[in-house]
Write a protein that binds this ligand. Sequence first.
Ligand code: UDP
Length: 235
Amino acid sequence: MQKREKIYEGKAKIIYTTDDADLLIQYFKDDASAFDGKKKGSIREKGILNNGISSRIFLYLEEQGIKTHFIKKLSDREMLVRNLKIIPVEVVVRNVIAGSLSKRMGIAEGAPLKDTILEFYYKSDELGDPMLNEDHIRVFELATKEEVEILKDQAQKINDLLLAFLSERGIRLIDFKLEFGTNKDGIFLGDEITPDGCRLWDKETNEKMDKDRFRRDLGKIEESYQEVSRRICES
Ligand code: UDP
């Protein structure tokens, strides 16, 4: 499958059309950004590691009955995916307090939650991804009520599956962000599942193994992505 026209270039990925209108190629770059693009950098071989990590996780989710946009890994940095109309709502799933939730509630990172929390954010770089509730999503017609129910159900199922998958590999899933899209066959999980959009802590030491190392200048950034890749892709 050959790349044709570049139709989108984001912070971490480029999307190309193919000869088949139903399929796109997702290309993973090494670029990294944080704080709404205010911090920019590059993580060596991140594109290769993230393509491998995301491919392995999508394959696992598909095996477990989750509909994803993943068709196959094409090369080091490319995966073939379904062409989806992206729903402009980011779904964040939280198992442990961290990041913006820690700030908003004034509770230290690492404190356990008595239940999983789902949050919605409007996918808008200009507005800095503001938080949404279900009324905002419905009234501004970002998604229908039925679609929101599917997003919630899928996010919970994906969380359960990923918690188990990562735990077996010595990784605690603290929180993560999902994006979904639609085509004529329904709603599919899109985008990527990588240390760029998940908080992953080592099960033994609680050491951060994700993009917080870049956001917070914690060092050992490449090494952490490599370690996540090793644990996920080599088993
Ligand atoms: N996240 C993301 N993209 C975003 C915002 C958040 O992938 O635009 C991920 C982030 O990596 C973390 C989770 O969603 O795993 C929750 O992020 P949080 O709301 O704590 O915001 P942050 O601390 O990243 O500003």
